[in-house]
Write a protein that binds this ligand. Structure first.
Ligand code: CMP
Length: 139
């Protein structure tokens, strides 16, 4: 297994509900090392740029609106097989389908407001880590 980096975002719903600590605790408990961490309030262009791959989707406007409504916490995580391991820890995109022990089962509310984001491939992880942590995208 290769050492990888991946991007995690604690979304506005989870920040508003005071779940930053709970989510960080699950991440550290899963032996995913936090290399970098910042709380930021995304601007509309930042959110649109980050989710550009989804711009043709019907939910794009709703997604950008949600992601800019309050602060988020962005983290660069590092571990062996970090991309897949963090996605497993997050659970299914729709919290209704997420299994026990996952972030979205514990803290997600709906498919749109699902507490966290994680990069979906090693290739995208490089782009996403670089988007918020320039210079951290490669090992
Ligand atoms: P995320 O991992 O941040 O990547 C894209 C996001 O779009 C996804 O999590 C969901 O929160 C959101 N999303 C996916 N499908 C829908 C949907 N049908 N309605 C609203 N938001 C959605």
């Amino acid at each position: 297994m290769a050492t990888e980096r991946t991007l995690s975002i604690i979304k506005p719903d989870a920040v508003e509900q005071h779940h930053i600590g709970g989510i960080v605790s699950l991440i550290e408990g899963a032996d995913l090392h936090i290399l970098g961490m910042r709380m930021i309030h995304l601007t509309r262009p930042q959110a649109e740029g980050f989710y550009a791959v989804h711009k043709e989707r019907p939910f794009f406007g709703e997604l950008v609106q949600f992601m800019t409504r309050g602060p988020v916490v962005v983290m660069a995580l590092e571990a062996e097989d970090a991309v897949a391991r963090y996605r497993k820890l997050m659970g299914a995109t729709n919290p209704a389908d997420a299994v026990d022990g996952t972030i979205r089962k514990a803290f997600g509310g709906s498919i749109g407001e699902n507490a966290c984001h994680g990069s979906d491939s090693v290739e995208n992880a490089k782009v996403e880590v670089g988007y918020f942590f320039p210079g951290y995208q490669t090992l």
